[in-house]
Design a protein around this ligand. Structure first.
Ligand code: FES
Length: 155
């Protein structure tokens, strides 16, 4: 699926609201991301123009904070822990199984943006290694088959 082009007009009320506030770029980016699900290039250009900040500075801010996504995300977010404990207990096999079954690569999404696969490092529950989070639901001591089955069941 192609990335849909977006309606930058939807940003107008947000940009108006913050018009006279210096240093409001982060809340503007947050609101824009809530609106589109990520920060599309067209939105970044519009925000830079209206906020009188250079586009490179704006991208600098957006890439500095982990909360901002410059690419669309899937409807379901799968996070596999590849911290040390999870790694030695089979995390790489979970990653490979999910990548193959869902037709994506870690760090990205499938062509229909149904799934996004992220790698994270230590979720603080190493006793349950290997761990995956699927839409914030924790699956501990999981296996490639169990994890694939869970994610394939999602609408
Ligand atoms: S290494 Fe995965 S939870 Fe700690």
């Amino acid at each position: 699926m192609e990335k849909a082009s977006i309606d930058v007009g939807l940003l107008e009320p947000i940009l108006l609201e913050y018009r006279d506030q210096k240093g409001a770029v982060i809340p503007i980016l947050q609101r824009a991301q809530d609106l589109y699900g990520y920060l599309p290039e067209e939105a970044m250009i519009e925000i830079a123009k209206k906020s009188r900040i250079s586009i490179s500075q704006l991208y600098g801010i957006a890439t500095f904070y982990a909360q901002f996504n410059l690419e669309p995300r899937g409807r379901h977010i799968i996070s596999i822990c590849d911290g040390t404990a999870c790694h030695v207990r089979g995390a790489p096999k979970l990653v490979t199984a999910v990548e193959e079954k869902l037709n994506l690569v870690a760090g990205g999404s499938d062509p229909d943006y149904k799934y996004t696969l992220e790698i994270v490092y230590c979720l603080g529950s190493c006793g349950l290694a290997p761990i995956a989070l699927v839409n914030d639901q924790v699956y501990g001591n999981t296996t490639p088959d169990t994890l694939v089955e869970k994610v394939m069941d999602l609408d």
